[in-house]
Ligand binder design. Structure first.
Ligand SMILES: Nc1nc2c(ncn2[C@@H]2O[C@H](COP(=O)(O)OP(=O)(O)OP(=O)(O)O)[C@@H](O)[C@H]2O)c(=O)[nH]1
Ligand SMILES: [Mg+2]
Length: 219
């Protein structure tokens, strides 16, 4: 098992190519990805690194919440990236949460990049588990590991990945560390990966869930 430490991190050798640097006449394959997660985890920093000047900032239809879309070229794909609004609280249904959930569940992006704050992992994983329940292909960006390390929090990335059954890539977005690896993993998942299996909650809870879904006609 490999414990993550910043000294293991390395700046990517091959830079992420933005659309303006793209060459060749072949029609690129298209992909749609969404950055989703709690507020203040680093989604917009990642979004800016990936898309640079190729951004369009508007509003969600009929809402006052900002909508940021951008494009990047990576690994032969033209990738549309959407920076979803951060989820502030799971106890209240905020506008941001509704927008994010609806986009993921209805628009079904090819891959969801769930950005989590490594220094508040427990709180952040609530949303990760909810995403897993939606059955979308996903990759976890374990961001702000520099902050976690400074607070003495060491995360075993391999173990987390095994426990969740979802790929996890450690990143320090403000230093552009791990973003190349993150995008490589996104492509891997888009091309061949499977959506995560929903978590099993134990016999008793599962039995009750089954009874409830039968009662509401879900079989
Ligand atoms: N130390 C450190 N700071 C980071 C890292 N990533 C982001 N930040 C900082 O965290 C803060 C929040 O980053 P944002 O990208 O705005 O977060 P967000 O997820 O888009 O937040 P919302 O839009 O509110 O949902 C900023 O002050 C960033 O500079 C990181 O890897 N390390
Ligand atoms: Mg943001």
């Amino acid at each position: 098992m490999r414990i993550y430490h910043p000294s293991n991190a390395h700046t990517p050798t091959a830079p992420i190519t933005r659309v303006d640097e793209q060459v060749g006449l072949m029609e690129p394959k298209r992909l749609r990805i969404a950055l989703a997660g709690n507020a203040n985890v680093g989604k917009s920093v990642i979004f800016n690194h990936l898309t640079g000047l190729h951004q369009h900032i508007g509003n969600w239809p009929g809402k006052t919440v900002e909508k940021a879309e951008g494009t990047l070229s990576f690994g032969g794909y033209l990738i549309d990236v959407i920076d979803l609004p951060g989820i502030y609280s799971l106890s209240t249904f905020s506008l941001e949460e509704l927008i994010s959930r609806e986009y993921i569940a209805v628009e079904r992006p090819d891959v969801v990049v769930n950005v989590v704050d490594a220094s508040s992992l427990e709180r952040n994983l609530f949303f990760t588990i909810q995403l897993m329940e939606l059955g979308v292909k996903m990759v976890v960006a374990l961001n702000q590991i520099d902050v976690a390390e400074r607070r003495g929090i060491h995360i075993d990335v391999e173990r987390l990945m095994k426990l969740l059954g979802v790929p996890v890539v450690a990143t320090v977005a403000i230093k552009n560390i791990g973003l190349h690896q993150l995008m490589a993993k996104v492509l891997e998942v888009a091309e061949g990966g499977e959506a995560p299996s929903p978590l099993r909650f134990g016999k008793e809870v599962e039995r009750r869930i089954e009874a409830l879904s039968e009662a509401v006609g879900g079989g």
